[in-house]
Design a protein around this ligand. Structure first.
Ligand code: NOJ
Ligand code: CA
Length: 687
């Protein structure tokens, strides 16, 4: 273990009135410094410096409880300690293999100077890519069961930064991101329309991850890590004083968190960097979570998958049987399995396989809409599993709970037992609609505990979970590597049916710097039939075909869907990229990026030495030069380039593409002309 010294630059304790105690701790390289102090009236506060300049001005900390006095001022520092830590840990699957976790820590023990003399501690961890801090409340006679009604953690900013934000919705993250100065954030009036989900945006707050750029070119990303038996946080925006404050998601009884000492809060996190690419590759959130708790995960293998899925979103078939065009039939599943087996695709998702879809949204769970074990009569589950296995394809189970978690919890054992008995190792869950019981929200403590219960139960049955309409990721995939992906953003499905025209080309030039910080994303890329003919004359995917290919590299997930219908891939030369592209990576490099404009990423596949490059742009055409100096020396590579055609355009000519091959090495550069809403995908195979 490498040891770095945690530098405490000042510590002043006045015997009579210890209210101007100042402590500070710096990151291993010294670039980032976190300061702790008590304000004049004894309220704990902190600030952060980056390259000697403030990025967070002194910001106060505190709590409000139901039936108890708040914790705010009149606090004293009892003691403090510092610690340095460094380790390298291996990701069982991931966007890179080895993760460096090196930080300096300051722990400040605090207590109230007056009754009830409650004690708590603040822990700061300072890394070279940012800061995390959390509160710790030990067991104590004057603080046992508590109901938190507000966590008053402030982030006082140093200017009117450019923000990439989405509203602080208590239910659903399926919003487009907005790009505005902090002073112009208007979350309540910013809703986008999602016909499948309800949304609740109670105040001018943003969801995390939220990313900002200062006028000095410093990037700040606010999020949280290790959320466990607590509420999710949004950040209330003060557009006048240019600050943020933690605004916990609650329920309709006004409760934010019900807990008991001893407890710790989630980490409040800020990634700080002057390179946008470092946001994408930061491992700060993961490092602030505990190591793997579930042990061997070799039963889950990263994979590409197809699904009886897009055809429902297009209206070609349906989830339910009553419509007369049921998608999940034995014959259709076999058609997809044949296609997957032929094309190096290891997974098949089947939605609409279980009875109940005739009336699935908004019904009370006690009526047992879904039982997760009874297939529709035209779907022979056992036979489909047998057929898939014989062809080397794994089924992915689907559990749409329709936001009725109590029923799901009652069914968990039977549902997972069935999966286990069939050798099915992954499930896509869904929580469409308002939470039943009414008054709870997707991102409140009650639901967060539900999502965790599902993950823990799944681990016992060797099942990996891809949650849609989830609670955002906060790095628990380190602790529970059976959390493989989620949908905490507006996915591809919006392009099939959204009444606002779907996701603009710029959407995916923002997600890597925002939503992706919450962990692997089940975006479901790869639509080739961009205009959705003949099914959806009024909708389309807003990108070129090459952009769709690039997404397999730009987005990180250990499961990547080849989302389009098999008939749109059959015989298509560009499908070769989807066949080839990796899903498990040795390392990932952001080659070039500007948030909201473009991004180019290179990733090295584990165990093969193959590299893949993906680049996308927003609605503007762009030239990008890719320097291949990341390739191994003394090796030649065969590069296959999937490029926008010269006349390609996301709307006017989205399927215009060309494929080129060349021999390259680490001295080569490749210049790419990205069309408006376009992209490029490159595979690099050692020769
Ligand atoms: C919403 C999910 O995001 C989508 O992927 C799924 O098909 C539907 N719910 C039905 O469960
Ligand atoms: Ca969804």
């Amino acid at each position: 273990m490498r040891i770095h010294s945690a530098v405490v630059v000042s510590f002043v304790l006045l015997a009579a009135c210890n209210t101007n105690t100042k402590l500070s701790v710096q990151s291993p390289s010294g670039k980032i410094v976190a300061n702790f102090e008590l304000t004049g009236n004894g309220q704990p506060a902190y600030g952060v410096l980056y390259n000697q300049k403030p990025v967070i001005n002194p910001s106060t900390l505190g709590f409000e409880f139901k039936g108890l006095p708040p914790i705010s001022d009149n606090i004293r520092v009892d003691s403090f300690k510092t610690r340095s830590f460094s380790e390298k840990w291996e990701m069982p699957w991931g966007d890179q293999r080895w993760v460096d976790n090196t930080y300096n820590e300051l722990k400040v023990y605090l207590s109230e100077r007056k009754a009830p003399n409650r004690r708590f501690a603040l822990i700061f961890r300072v890394f070279d890519d940012g800061v995390g801090f959390r509160y710790e409340f030990p067991a104590q006679p004057n603080l046992d069961s508590v109901t938190i009604i507000a966590e008053n953690t402030k982030f006082s900013l140093t200017g009117n930064h450019t923000c990439w934000w989405q509203p602080g919705d208590w239910d659903i993250y399926e919003h487009l991101y907005h790009t505005t100065p902090l002073s112009k954030i208007d979350a309540v009036n910013s809703q986008s329309k999602n016909p499948l989900a309800q949304t609740y945006i109670p105040e001018n707050a943003v969801n995390t991850p939220v990313t900002m750029k200062t006028s000095d070119g410093v990037y700040l990303c606010f999020h949280e890590a290790d959320v466990n038996n607590y509420a999710g946080a949004t950040l209330r925006v003060d557009t006048v004083n240019l600050s943020l404050e933690t605004a916990l998601v609650g329920n309709d009884s006004g409760i934010k968190v019900k807990t008991q000492t001893p407890f710790t809060t989630p980490w409040r996190t800020v990634i700080i960097t002057d390179k946008p690419g470092h946001i994408v590759t930061s491992k700060l959130i993961l490092n602030l979570n505990e190591p793997n708790k579930i042990g061997d995960i070799s039963w889950f293998q990263p994979m590409k998958y197809v699904g009886i899925w897009w055809e429902m979103h297009l209206g070609k078939s349906s989830w339910d049987m009553a419509s007369g065009k049921h998608g999940a039939t034995t014959a259709n599943a076999k058609r997809y399995i044949d296609f997957a087996a032929k094309n190096n695709i290891k997974g098949l998702l089947v939605e609409g396989w279980n009875t109940g879809w005739e009336r699935w949204i908004g019904f009370d769970d006690r009526e047992g809409i879904f039982d997760f074990v009874t297939p529709y009569p035209d779907y022979n589950l056992k036979e489909v599993v047998r057929y898939a296995k014989a062809k080397g394809v794994n089924l992915i189970m689907h559990h749409e709970t329709s936001a009725a978690p109590r029923t799901y919890e009652q069914q968990l054992d039977s549902a997972f037992r069935l999966m286990h008995s069939l050798g099915i190792h992954s499930v896509k869950t869904g929580y469409v609609g308002k939470i039943i019981p009414k008054g709870e929200y997707h991102q409140g403590q009650w639901m967060i505990n539900h999502y965790r219960k599902v993950v823990e139960a799944a681990a016992k049955y060797q099942i990996a979970v891809n949650a849609h309409e989830p609670f955002k990721g906060t790095g628990e995939w380190r602790t529970y590597p059976n959390v493989i992906a989620r949908e905490n953003f507006r996915g591809q499905e919006f392009n099939a049916w959204s009444i606002d025209g779907g996701n603009p080309p710029e959407h995916l030039t923002i997600l890597p710097f925002t939503a992706q910080l919450a962990g692997p994303m089940d975006y479901t890329p790869g639509i080739f039939n961009i205009k959705l003919k003949p099914y959806k004359p009024d909708n389309q995917v807003n990108s070129t075909l090459a952009y769709q290919l690039a997404l397999y590299v730009v987005i990180y997930s250990p499961i990547q869907m080849a989302a389009d219908l098999p008939e749109n891939y059959e015989g298509h030369p560009a499908f070769q990229f989807i066949r080839d592209v990796g899903v498990d990576w040795e390392q990932s490099l952001v080659l070039d990026a500007e948030i909201g404009n473009y991004i180019a990423i290179a990733r090295e596949e584990r165990n093969t030495g193959r590299w893949f490059v993906g680049a996308i742009t927003d609605e503007n055409a762009r030239e990008i030069n890719i320097n291949l100096n990341f390739l191994k020396p003394d090796i030649k590579y065969k590069a296959t380039l999937y490029l926008d055609g010269p006349d390609a355009h996301w709307d006017k000519n989205p399927t215009s593409y060309r494929i080129e091959t060349r021999e390259v090495d680490r001295n080569s550069t490749i210049s790419l002309s990205l069309a408006p809403g376009g992209g490029a995908a490159i595979s690099l195979f050692p020769l």
